[in-house]
Design a protein around this ligand. Structure first.
Ligand code: UT7
Length: 314
């Protein structure tokens, strides 16, 4: 992957928002219908509860509206909408079109499907749009995994849920210092979902590969940014399984108290998981201007993506 050329026009987040599925589902709720229990789910995944329900356009519009309100910008001044998602409301059109109309935007709108790496893929593309002249890009990551989860399958039902996170990216002091996008299509069969079907997953295989590709991608981004692990204030990993995050952090030499986690409350929300964890940390005051934040995701495809940003731009 190339490094960022010098002199390229930069951008930084000026507003953000999040939304969760309408209904809270605890581990005990799941244990009432499938052969599982709260202790197993907590110990093996780190998940305690999750939220399900709502359409992609509903959750995307809620998080997107909050991001626009926080930034205080006129929807008509947004130049592009990029929605990362694996679960659009319809096959056609892209859900970003529905969200564009609901938010009163008048701009290009498109979906990006890179599974759980989607938000970071969209983030890098959104920075590219700013480099090409866009002033404001609304970036959203949303998934409604409850729609493609077999609620009778304990291998997957305990993991997946619904959520959305959005950010307004505005031209200005650049925040993106390094990035990496990756995919290995030969691994398609270990995690996939056919049209009209449910998620099929070889959990052990995904676990093993996930740790490896997260570490590899994160190291590439750090190298491009000229940043070492000890300089990273916060790592924001894809929220798939707390044990995957622990293993990756261990190999990257980043202590877990510098990891942004929300999996206990959200489960795995795919494209939404990184923005949900990132903006929760920001709302809790865990990120200060100038801090270096490492986002790193992995997902079906098997995709991996990472980015180093300097909070507030440099
Ligand atoms: O966004 C990417 C999406 N996917 C992932 O990130 C998935 C990555 N993989 C994982 O997170 C883990 O592999 C799982 C959470 C899916 C499974 O955890 P594990 O530690 O790999 O468990 P396992 O499959 O080795 O199963 C251990 C035991 C088995 O019983 P036996 O054979 O030891 O008697 C399973 O049958 O746990 C049993 N088991 C369960 N027990 C209670 C499997 N699922 C459950 C369950 N509740 N939900």
């Amino acid at each position: 992957m190339p490094s960022i050329p010098t002199g390229v026009r930069g951008a930084r987040f000026t507003g953000w928002g999040t939304a969760l599925g309408h209904r809270l589902v605890t581990n005990d709720d799941l244990a009432a219908t499938i052969d599982t229990n709260d202790q197993w789910i907590r110990e093996r995944t780190g998940i305690e509860r999750r939220h399900v329900g709502g359409t992609n356009a509903e959750l995307s519009s809620a998080s997107g509206a909050a991001a626009l309100a926080m930034a205080g910008v006129d929807p008509l001044s947004v130049d592009a909408l990029v929605l990362a998602t694996t679960t659009p409301d319809r096959a056609v059109p892209a859900t970003s079109s529905t969200v564009q109309a609901r938010l009163g935007l008048r701009c290009g709108a498109f979906d990006v499907n890179a599974a759980c790496s989607g938000f970071v893929y969209a983030l890098v593309n959104a920075h590219g749009l700013v480099a090409m002249g866009a002033e404001r890009v609304l970036l959203i990551g949303t998934d409604i995994l409850s729609r493609i989860t077999d609620w009778d399958d304990r291998n997957t039902a305990v993991l997946f849920a619904d959520g959305s996170g959005a950010a307004l990216l505005e031209a200005g002091p650049g925040q993106l210092l390094g990035w990496d996008l990756d995919a290995d299509g030969t691994l398609e069969e270990i995690l996939y979902c056919d049209h009209g079907g449910f998620i099929q997953m070889n959990g052990k295989e995904v676990f093993k590969r996930a740790v490896r590709i997260m570490v590899d991608s994160a190291q590439k981004s750090m190298k491009h940014a000229g940043v070492t692990a000890d300089q990273v204030s916060l790592i924001v990993p894809h929220q798939a399984n707390i044990r995957i995050v622990q293993a990756a952090c261990d190999r990257l030499d980043i202590p877990m108290d510098r990891a942004a986690m929300c999996i206990q409350d959200t489960g795995n929300t795919s494209s939404a998981s990184i923005p949900l964890a990132l903006f929760r940390a920001a709302d809790e005051g865990r990120i200060a201007r100038g801090d270096l934040v490492l986002m790193v995701g992995f997902g079906a495809g098997m995709t991996a993506a990472s980015a180093i940003i300097e909070w507030g731009g440099h």
